[in-house]
Design a protein around this ligand. Structure first.
Ligand code: KG4
Ligand code: ZN
Length: 349
């Protein structure tokens, strides 16, 4: 780690995690997180107003904790990066306002960046420079996308995305049907370890016939979610116990089968030998194992960050910000917006 590499602080507030990360070049110094997830659990989903207020309360203490743990002063920073979008409007505004305040007070450049591009860029602090191009699959509570990434600081091409529920949303909704807590992904992952992935043959959306022509790299998880709900209701109506572990394992198998199948196909058809998976669902143990098997078989190099860097965090924003500085990209305007529907193809605000 060279002292002349850019020292960048990244703020993430697009959903329910207040993330403050600091990187120097491609080295992660600290990843401080305050989550409001417990405050949302009883509602079964993230409540935007609650999330915004929690960001407001957590922002300053989390910045203080990050700088203390990294052993840096704010005045040492070379740049500030912040998630400009997409995400919850009110939540994004807290991060963007804080980042602007820091940039102005410290007289440092400000980079407003795309949350999804940050999910890709975080892997640089884990596994080094990204091969160019990389094929990235982003699977989170709000997004499921296949992206061709020639340059994470500048050019991202969308190959496909979900046409209904995001992968993480499907995990969360199925968990609810099974009586598991929110957010459901980690609970399904855990329950599935005791179950059989071939117990129930759940549907694989958009994988056959005409669908593969029209929606080759798109996903659909809403039919799968409904199929699981119907299967569970039928069991309950018959007065029979619901085999939670088997349902969880079979559902998880259906999701990971579709995701990895399409990701590998996209790599082959676009002639890309590198796949990177990011977003909260990339923490899933079965997805990680199946992706590894299928990439090995296809001669594709797979990169997946450790689970803590797959879910939302500030390190990902700092990592993309540092890449922007290293590649000489111009900073964002101080009037940069919090853009709740920022398209994935727009890396910088
Ligand atoms: O990336 P993330 O933290 O936030 C968004 O940008 O959405 O992703 C959160 C999503 C939730 O839906 C959660 O259930 C899912 O990621 N998730 C998982 C696992 N850990 C988190 N899904 C499946 N298996 C997991 N182990
Ligand atoms: Zn995310």
């Amino acid at each position: 780690m060279a002292a002349d590499e850019p020292l960048v602080l990244g703020l993430e507030t697009s959903c329910d995690e207040t993330g403050v990360g600091i990187v120097r070049g491609e080295t992660l110094l600290v990843d401080a997180i305050a989550s409001s997830v417990d405050e949302h659990a009883r509602f079964g989903g993230v409540v935007p107003e609650v999330a915004s207020r929690a960001h407001l309360e957590a922002m300053v203490p989390t910045i203080e904790r990050a700088t203390r743990e990294a052993g840096v002063r704010l005045t040492d920073l070379d740049a500030i990066a912040v998630t400009s979008g997409p995400g919850l409007a009110g939540a994004l505004m807290v991060g963007v306002a804080a980042a602007k305040a820091l940039a102005v007070a410290l007289g440092k450049p400000l980079y407003g960046v795309n949350h999804l591009a940050s999910h890709v860029a975080v892997d640089i602090v884990e596994h080094g420079p990204l091969p160019e191009p990389t094929l990235a699959m982003l699977v989170s509570g709000g997004h499921s996308s296949l992206l061709l990434v020639p340059d994470v600081t500048h050019e991202i091409i969308s190959l496909g995305s979900t046409i209904d529920d995001a992968a993480g949303e499907a995990f969360d909704k199925v968990a609810r049907v099974l009586g598991l807590p929110f957010p459901g992904g980690p609970y399904i992952d855990r329950a599935a370890r005791e179950g059989s992935s071939v117990a129930i043959d759940f549907p694989r959306g958009l994988t056959t016939g005409r669908d593969m022509e029209r929606h080759r790299f798109d996903f659909s998880f809403s039919g799968l979610k409904t199929a699981v709900a119907r299967w569970v209701q039928a069991r309950e109506a018959a007065g029979e116990p619901v085999p939670v572990a088997d349902v969880a394992a079979s559902f998880q198998e259906a999701v990971t089968d579709v995701l990895t199948r399409k990701a590998v196909l996209a790599c082959k058809e676009h002639g890309v030998a590198n796949l990177q998976i990011g977003g909260g669902v990339a923490a899933n143990s079965r997805l990680r194992a199946m992706a590894q098997e299928r990439c090995d078989a296809a001669g594709i190099a797979l990169r997946v960050p450790r689970p803590g860097l797959c879910t939302d965090n500030g390190a990902m924003v700092a990592s993309l910000g540092a890449q922007m500085v290293l590649k000489g990209r111009a900073p964002s305007d101080l009037g940069l917006p919090a853009d709740s529907s920022m398209p994935v193809t727009e890396v910088q605000a």
